[in-house]
Write a protein that binds this ligand. Structure first.
Ligand SMILES: [Zn+2]
Length: 431
């Protein structure tokens, strides 16, 4: 009898301990997060509510949107047992909201038996600003004339802060930069490879809530035909260039294959590098007046020459020449063509030893095939300042300067920037 009683007491103690463990097993409320959880939002902003309960799991959630005296119930949901976490997308577009501040109140309870069976409840409130109005774009500049392969500028004002603004058309975006006046200036290109029908530049502006609006500009686009050029690759040229490129091309030993690899793959990499460098630009123009063409040099090749390469009479490759080639005497002094800051001064594939100068607003000049550099990254250069000497490094057959001009990483016609009248009419007068 005594043993039975002891056993019974023991069972009660064990049951109490088990009940206690069960009761105190989960005393923590679920975790709530909302992304974005503050700042401006629009009708289309994706609001993601994440619920997480590492203990017994989430039991239910309730979401209410409050604006002034109005309360909008948005979500009321129960979850299956063992739901440890759940992501919900909040769709505010179904509610009749006004512009301005709103609160999103979230209340969620877990499956725990703590608090006399009521479980643990988390209550969170998020304050956001509802903004459904896109920025108003006022285009300030007039008479936009573009020539295929060339550059142009548009200036405009916006009525609110933006996260993205610039000019876009068919697969292209050129960023604009805010000037001291508060207005925006966007330098952009009519790329040599874009068809006339696809060149329809529009200013776009997206505010912090994500509202975006395009604005058309009045413009005239002039077509331009570029030259076709035939380039013969000789064994002599290959023998001269192979030692320089061997180290860049792994697993290729034939001189012609090395050349083709450099002409295709390394060229692609180098152009990607120029696009990357374009982001290192001053927000205001550093140039002053027209670019100064290298004084004594004669033109060797033009911008956007379509080149076909031949070896022993057979066609082997095609590229487009994205600069203006100039030559005078060997190892001639080269000048910076305008004021700016050096952002690259070292070897770069097909360009060999080269210098890139940033002139602001995404405008940059490249001086390629040099034999000697006299500037370093970070140097401020003046128009006409000697930056080094010409040479044959990179993909160059003879001593010359390959001058590249880029607008936000897109190669453009250098001759426009040498032309005082073009510059005054199309760029400087608008700034
Ligand atoms: Zn060239």
């Amino acid at each position: 009898m005594k043993t039975l009683k002891k056993l019974f007491l023991l069972l009660i103690v064990v049951a109490l301990i088990a009940a206690g463990v069960f009761y105190f097993r989960d005393t923590k409320a679920p975790q709530v997060s909302l992304t974005p959880g503050s700042g401006p939002i629009s009708k289309t902003t994706k609001l993601l509510l994440s619920l997480n309960d590492a203990g017994m799991g989430i039991k239910n959630v309730q979401v209410v949107v409050i604006q002034g005296d109005n309360q909008f119930p948005l979500i009321k949901r129960d979850f299956q047992p063992q739901t440890k976490n759940n992501d919900l997308e909040l769709d505010l577009s179904v509610l009749k909201l006004q512009e301005g501040a709103l609160q999103i109140e979230v209340s969620t309870t877990d499956q725990s038996v703590y608090h006399l069976g009521k479980g643990n409840t988390a209550r969170e409130s998020f304050t956001l600003t509802y903004d459904t109005r896109p920025p108003i774009i006022s285009v300030l500049s007039k008479a936009h004339n573009f020539t295929k392969g060339g550059s142009g500028l548009v200036t405009y004002s916006l009525n609110e802060e933006v996260e993205k603004t610039g000019v876009q058309f068919e697969g292209h975006f050129f960023p604009a930069y805010q000037q001291e006046s508060g207005n925006y200036a966007c330098l952009f290109a009519y790329p040599y490879y874009v068809k006339e029908k696809d060149f329809v530049p529009q200013v776009i502006a997206r505010d912090l809530a994500g509202n975006e609006r395009p604005a058309g500009i009045y413009y005239r686009a002039n077509n331009k035909k570029f030259r076709q050029r035939r380039i013969n690759i000789s064994d002599n040229f290959l023998a001269q260039k192979t030692p320089e490129f061997e180290g860049l091309v792994a697993g290729v030993s034939e001189p012609l294959d090395i050349f083709l690899y450099v002409n295709r793959e390394i060229r692609k990499e180098n152009r990607a590098k120029m696009a990357e460098l374009s982001r290192q630009t001053a927000a205001t123009p550093l140039w002053q007046g027209n670019f100064r063409r290298q004084p004594k040099a004669a033109t060797l090749a033009l911008f956007a020459d379509y080149r076909t390469y031949y070896y022993k009479g057979k066609q082997i490759d095609k590229t487009v020449h994205l600069g203006h080639d100039l030559a005078s005497v060997a190892q001639d002094e080269l000048i910076a063509e305008n004021f700016g800051e050096v952002i690259w001064a070292e070897y770069l594939g097909i360009y060999g030893l080269c210098v890139v100068v940033d002139h602001g607003l995404g405008l940059q000049s490249l001086y390629a095939h040099m034999s000697q550099l006299e500037v370093q990254v970070g140097d401020r250069v003046d128009r006409g300042q000697v930056i080094g000497r010409s040479g044959t490094t990179g993909l160059a057959g003879g001593d010359h300067l390959h001058l590249g001009v880029f607008v936000s990483g897109v190669a453009v016609q250098p001759i426009e920037w040498w032309d005082k009248h073009w510059l005054q009419n199309n760029i400087d007068s608008k700034l």
